[in-house]
Design a protein around this ligand. Structure first.
Ligand code: BTN
Length: 253
């Protein structure tokens, strides 16, 4: 019999060096933290689950996703030499990897600062990065990604999924493999390049829109970000710098 043996794509990059596929877990980020503290995983480990019973979101929120319909992923990254001063690079890199991944599926996404991924005004993915520091260095990072893939019905009107956008069902495993490949493409990129690309992809950048801070609702224009992750907002003749949790977007759906 004459046949050729299919060649497996060699793994390019650190992410995907080890894979854990779980059917149910409290949180893949928590699972990753335990693996790291018990020294049971290596740099680049990928943890995926069909379902999380206590998925964690940003700002202490929960992250819920129907079983088996979405990508629930945590990546373990142990950088050689990443200073705390540059840790924001991981948020920029992950946000851009998701946007680029979605672009390949003809889904045009933007980044709502600091790292919600939107399609038009609706959220398709969220990122929760938890860093462990030793002195002034990041010793390990858990990069948690929740991506809405095949779910059609959400509690919030402000959510969407790949299936809603493209009217087709996706293989969660293909999605995971392609996104992990994107992470490998972006992780090595230069800090300034990531910052520039992140700013170009920001939702509402350079457009007048409504925001709310402690003083109330106002019209402002997002200009860009700073290397500590804060946001520069033009308000009248002033530029105000906002940290996380200091501002909310007023979006009508
Ligand atoms: C957000 O609030 O937008 C961040 C959501 C992050 C959810 C992901 S799902 C995989 C990983 N495990 C968690 O518990 N959270 C993150």
């Amino acid at each position: 019999m004459d046949y050729t043996i299919p060649q497996l794509e060699p793994m390019k990059g650190i992410f995907g060096s080890q894979e854990f596929n779980l059917s149910e877990v409290d949180s893949t980020n928590n699972f990753a933290a335990t693996l790291i503290s018990d020294q049971l995983c290596q740099n680049g480990a990928v943890i995926m689950a069909d379902y999380q019973s206590k998925g964690k979101g940003q700002r202490g929120n929960t992250w819920t996703a129907n079983k088996g319909e979405n990508l629930i992923l945590s990546l373990v990254y142990m950088p050689d030499n990443l200073s705390v001063v540059e840790q924001i690079k991981l948020n920029w890199c992950t946000s851009l990897a998701i946007v680029s991944f979605l672009t390949d599926y003809e889904i045009l996404a933007t980044i709502k600062w600091p790292n919600d991924i939107l399609v038009e005004k609706k959220k398709i993915a969220g990122i929760l990065i938890e860093n462990q520091l030793i002195g002034q260095r990041v010793s390990s990072s858990i990069i948690g990604i929740g991506l809405n893939v095949n779910q059609l019905i959400f509690e919030l009107p402000s959510a969407t999924s790949m299936k809603i956008e493209r009217k087709t069902t996706f293989s969660i495993y293909d999605v995971k493999n392609k996104l992990v490949a994107k992470m490998n493409d972006f992780i090595g990129l230069d800090f300034q390049l990531l910052k520039d690309e992140y700013e170009k992809s920001l939702f509402n950048r350079s457009q007048t829109a409504l925001y709310e801070d402690v003083n109330g609702i106002f019209e402002g224009v997002i200009l860009g970000v700073n290397t500590d992750g804060s946001l520069n907002m033009k308000r009248g003749d002033e530029v105000i710098v906002y940290g996380m949790k200091e501002i909310t977007y007023r979006i009508d759906f």
